[in-house]
Design a binder for this molecule. Structure first.
Ligand code: ZN
Ligand code: ZN
Length: 311
């Protein structure tokens, strides 16, 4: 054992699931068993482990029980254990850990029957989803970030600066974008993305309204081509709207009607950010488009009205 080892095992008072804490004496004993070829050393290290865990506030009886359970394995078996085979496509239900959520596993078991009313559904949900707990953000996590930002990164939303580009003046040059209530900020990791990029996901916001009314869309063709379609649809919509004609045939009614309201002047109000890209992969592009629509809540607080169709 290194002299510098400070035995910083997880504090027993820490807000972690009980099975995590119980797993520490068990897994550490297995580890010691694998490392120590000499039985005397093994005994000494196991006693040390029990001593340090008790010092960290662990229940003596629990620690003893787990150490004994792990000691039942022979060193030979541990060193020759075949690797664990992972099950494919296991559905995991991920939530932030909170002590009262321990019952979620039982609830999922109970309601699994609702997910499998017939054979077709049983194929999709063959097993009860696993419950995966993730850490809640701690004060330390909020204040300190161990990742160094790459200052030279060239990703983000940019203008193409083409001589006659009419889209550039609507594009926001930025490497981040936020939820419309500013509660969350995201980095644009792909790029540089500009008017000519393909397979992009874009956000069109209202430059007039205080709450931006975001709209998220995606295109496999160049963004320029896609936006030209939006522009011509907006012109058509405005013409019909102000002539009191029916606008029924025009798609994206919620989006286009917003820019015909008071104070709005149409296309000139659009503020566009290219936020993501999946080159050559239409399925991933559509999945990600749907992800951003929900993450930014653009159905409730923005101008999206229909879910992305499943391909
Ligand atoms: Zn441009
Ligand atoms: Zn507006």
């Amino acid at each position: 054992m290194k002299k510098t080892d400070t035995h910083q095992y997880l504090e027993s008072s820490s807000c972690h699931p009980y099975h995590c804490k119980k797993g520490i004496p068990y897994s550490q004993t297995l580890r010691i068993n694998r490392i120590c070829s000499n039985t005397k050393d093994f005994d000494i290290r196991c006693n040390d482990l029990e001593y340090w865990l008790k010092k960290r506030g662990y229940n003596e009886k629990m620690v003893r029980g787990e150490v004994l359970r792990a000691r039942a394995f022979s060193r030979y078996d541990l060193l020759n254990k075949p690797p664990r085979v992972k099950k494919d496509n296991l559905l995991t239900f991920n939530i932030s850990y909170y002590p009262q959520f321990r019952k979620v596993k039982d609830i999922l078991k109970e309601i699994h029957i609702l997910l499998t009313p017939n054979e077709e559904h049983k194929k999709v949900f063959p097993d009860v989803p696993l419950v995966g707990f993730k850490n809640n953000k701690s004060l330390k996590g909020l204040l300190v970030n161990s990742c160094l930002k790459n200052l030279e990164r060239e990703g983000g939303s940019q203008k193409c600066n083409g001589r006659i580009c009419e889209i550039c003046n609507l594009i926001q040059e930025t490497s981040t974008f936020s939820k419309n209530d500013e509660s969350e900020k995201f980095d644009i990791v792909k790029g540089p993305l500009n008017c000519n990029s393909k397979y992009v996901i874009y956000q069109i916001e209202c430059g007039v309204c205080h709450s931006h009314f975001p709209y998220i869309g995606s295109t496999k063709t160049s963004f320029r081509m896609s936006l030209n379609n939006y522009k011509s649809a907006q012109r058509k919509y405005r013409k019909k709207f102000f002539n009191n004609e029916s606008v029924k045939g025009i798609q994206q009614h919620k989006f286009h009607s917003h820019y015909c309201n008071d104070k709005h002047s149409g296309i000139d109000d659009w503020k566009i950010t290219l936020i993501d890209q999946f080159e050559g992969d239409l399925i991933k592009l559509r999945q990600r488009e749907s992800f951003w629509q929900h993450r930014l809540d653009t159905f409730k607080h923005g101008l999206n009205e229909k879910e992305v169709p499943v391909l």
